[in-house]
Design a protein around this ligand. Structure first.
Ligand code: CP
Ligand code: NVA
Length: 313
């Protein structure tokens, strides 16, 4: 049983397969490819979501599967019922569980008892599906290259964690521009695999000026609302606004995983300037997650479909 919890558990081959499948699935949307026919997927969200929840729900249906939303207030994983008992119950009903959780450890606990594929739809720790869609987008726009220089501006968070995990697979450089580096990211700077490929550039102007791609996310992630005032103060000066984005090289793009808090980490001008690439990426959540599910739940059928559509059958 294969899962998508941490990108570090996937190989470069897994990733290439998913990107290849995503392209073929996206380009053949009306081909009747239904690898999830007869399969059911539970969606369990402890935090709000627009893109992730809708794209998984629609994606499962488009691949011929059934979705069921398990409401947190009904199931209460770990509160109303133990993780163990929830996993064993859902094992009897569904083939996969898409989970957006606060506590990343709960994913491991679910997996321990699971006969279903567990898919990480964001935790406090990481957000792998986001990065898969980001890379698919960069590939499609001809902006992906192994020597890509990615500059993260603002709060080092769960989305950055997934970018760093993927950086272990591709020789990209990660610059982090923030007032400080939170201790949970310290180990990345000591990791020999990231030698000469991870830098803290405190000055955001300097940091964006060397980027091929600038990445922006909220300064107040879901669950951190009580710290809003302090965070707004801390990251003042790190807004990728009209002035700061003016320091980006002409060829560079900005991605934002969304939702954007316009007027905080980004402004209307910069959002509008990079609107095309940002919403292209947002749509790609659908296509790449379809590829993830097809790969996890129906690998053989999907490989046959891929070979057929790419003339390798
Ligand atoms: N980017 C992202 O995961 O968006 P949602 O929180 O709306 O799902
Ligand atoms: N860092 C953000 C990402 C939202 C998709 C959060 O966790 O709220």
């Amino acid at each position: 049983m294969k899962h998508l919890i941490d990108l570090t558990e996937w190989t470069a081959e897994d990733l290439e397969k998913v990107f290849n499948y995503a392209t073929v699935i996206k380009n053949n949307q009306n081909s009747g490819f239904k690898p999830l026919a007869g399969k059911s997927v539970a969606l369990y969200f402890e935090k709000p979501s627009l893109r992730t929840r809708v794209s998984f729900d629609i994606g499962i249906q488009e691949l011929g599967g059934n979705t069921t939303v398990v409401e947190q207030f009904m199931a209460g994983i770990g509160t109303r019922e133990s993780v163990h008992d929830v996993a064993n119950t859902l094992n009897g009903f569904v083939d996969a569980m898409v989970c957006r959780l606060f506590n990343h450890q709960t994913l491991y606990e679910l997996r321990q008892w699971s006969e279903m594929s567990i898919i990480n739809a964001l935790t406090d720790f990481s957000h792998p599906c986001q990065i898969l869609a980001d890379i698919l987008t960069l590939k499609e726009l001809g902006l992906w290259k192994n020597s890509l220089v990615m500059t993260w501006v603002g709060d080092p968070n769960n989305v950055l964690q997934s970018w760093l995990e993927i950086a272990l697979m591709y020789p990209i450089t990660v610059n982090i521009s923030s007032p400080d580096i939170p201790t949970e990211f310290d180990s990345w700077f000591k990791d020999p695999r990231m030698k000469d490929r991870i830098f803290w550039i405190q000055d955001p102007k300097k940091a964006v000026s060397v980027a091929d791609m600038v990445y922006v996310d909220t300064w107040i992630s879901m669950g951190q609302e009580a710290e809003a005032e302090a965070r707004l103060k801390k990251y003042e000066g790190y807004s990728v606004n009209q002035e700061l984005s003016g320091y980006m090289p002409d060829h560079a793009v900005m991605l934002h995983c969304l939702p954007a808090k316009r007027g905080q980490e980004v402004d209307d001008f910069t959002m509008n300037k990079f609107k095309k690439v940002i919403f292209h990426e947002s749509e790609n959540r659908l296509h790449v997650q379809k590829a993830v599910m097809a790969y996890l739940l129906a690998p053989e059928t999907t490989e046959v479909f891929y070979r057929l559509k790419t003339g390798q059958a």
